[in-house]
Ligand binder design. Structure first.
Ligand code: FAD
Length: 405
């Protein structure tokens, strides 16, 4: 029996290797359209490959998988982050866990993961055919099983892969849009704060439910950091619909407005003679506090001179400081596609297409995407392993039937 894996990326290699391990008689071929395989793994995590996450202290998978969390919850029971970590260690990749729960190869080099995949593929005799662009089933007539692991699809490739007769994706696809990006803000004065980091800020889109907390970094083009990346992921579709032009608000303190007002009143009571600019409420970076105080018009005042109106304006700017997102800016460390093969169109246990038997989808081509932190690779490992197990079960029972006959 033969399996074709379309796409020589993270999911494709993991699927092919696991399938050969579970079903050694299977002939497995990976078709990769470009000259080189595993290119995203190479650049991932800034060249270190954040290959998974411990998921420690996680309350709800929806926090890390804005799309696909229900299916991931089910599939992780079959192949979890712990299984992935064990898999890598058993295949010669030592891992290290950071205090933020992100998992990397101990070598801090993505090449370690690539070397492991190439070594295992060679050992198990997986065929790897580069420079093979597969667009339809006409090219795959000799295969019993086909696994599509082509990664995040652009709207352009979607037209080729999904809209033609005999298409590789013969089923509904949720329109792809980008996720995990930073925001450009057209405000030269704000850009002067470049390099400022606020450890626990909350960024939100006023009038929507979208909000995200964490470190926020001011850049020379606008805002970045975990809070912004998470917000871009949660609101990926909303922001695409707004053409990446939308109001944005920041709570620099993560406390509510009344708490902030009381904190300012208490500071004024304790240090009435201090200039407003010489305090640093909530340990905010001095440059940021000066910027906010200037915009509120209180820089020349002592704390005792702050009127109720001044205090209210300060509390508002500290908790709902508004900007306008001018456009989407690139995030060089990670970038994924929101959208892809509609999860309702695949069997949730095997990831087999409901539209064509023996056709499967794994990795980013599915409508599953995560925030930064190793969650996207974990989705690739989990979905790929699910398919390897499903194909192996079908093939092994058929091999067994042949033997008995
Ligand atoms: C810069 C960057 C850094 C990242 N860092 C991290 C990280 O540290 N941690 C993390 O969890 N996630 C990270 N990600 C996300 C992660 O890389 C992806 O989620 C993951 O690679 C998806 O794996 P995949 O196999 O589904 O797709 P890919 O890795 O994209 O592989 C798909 C492969 O299919 C090939 N292909 C496409 N179409 C065809 C076709 N028609 N025929 C044949 N071949 C085809 C492509 O050339 C490609 O090689 C990062 C992403 C980027 C862009």
């Amino acid at each position: 029996m033969r399996t074709a894996v379309i796409g020589g990326g993270a999911a494709g290699f993991f699927l092919a290797i696991n399938l050969k391990e579970l079903c050694p008689q299977m002939e497995v071929t990976i078709f990769e359209r470009s000259q080189h395989v595993l290119r995203k793994v190479k650049v991932s995590g800034g060249g270190r490959c954040n290959c998974t996450n411990t998921f420690q202290d996680m309350r709800d998978l929806a926090e890390v998988y804005p799309r696909g969390h229900r299916l991931m919850k089910r599939l992780l029971k079959g192949f979890s982050q712990h299984d992935a970590m064990n898999w890598f260690q058993q295949h010669g990749v030592r891992l290290t866990i950071q205090p933020d729960h992100c998992v990397f190869p101990a070598s801090q080099d993505s090449q370690t993961i690539i070397d492991c995949f190439l070594r295992e593929a060679r050992r198990l005799r997986v065929d790897v055919c580069t420079c093979h662009h597969i667009e339809s089933f006409d090219q795959l007539s000799n295969y019993d099983f086909v696994a599509v692991t082509v990664g995040g699809i652009s709207s352009r490739s979607l037209q080729k892969l999904a809209a033609t007769p005999g298409a590789l994706i013969p089923q509904p696809v949720i329109t792809p849009v980008p996720s995990l990006f930073t925001f450009s803000i057209n405000d030269p004065q704000f850009h002067e704060l470049m390099g400022t980091v606020v450890e626990n800020a909350t960024a939100f889109l006023p009038g929507t439910k979208f909000r995200a907390s964490g470190p926020l970094l001011v850049t020379h083009w606008g805002m970045s950091g975990p809070a912004i990346l998470k917000l871009s992921s949660y609101a990926a579709r909303h922001l695409a619909a707004c053409s990446y032009h939308a109001p944005l608000a920041v709570n620099w303190t993560s406390a509510n407005e009344e708490t902030v007002r009381q904190h300012l009143l208490s500071l004024a009571g304790r240090h009435p003679q201090k200039m407003a600019t010489s305090i640093r409420p909530f340990d905010l970076p001095a440059r940021l506090w000066n910027f906010l105080a200037t915009r509120t018009g209180v820089t020349q005042k002592r704390l005792a001179e702050l009127s109720r109106k001044d205090l209210n304006r300060l509390a508002t700017i500290l908790t709902a400081d508004t900007y306008t997102i001018a456009s989407r800016a690139p995030f060089k460390d990670e970038f994924v596609t929101c959208g892809g093969v509609d999860l309702a169109s695949v069997n949730p246990v095997t990831l087999e297409s409901k539209y064509r038997p023996h056709l499967y989808f794994a990795g980013e081509v599915l409508d599953i995407d995560g925030i930064t932190g190793g969650f996207n690779f974990q989705a690739a490992w989990t979905t790929a392993h699910t398919i390897a197990t499903a194909i192996a079960a079908t093939a092994n029972s058929s091999f067994l039937a042949d033997t008995v006959l």
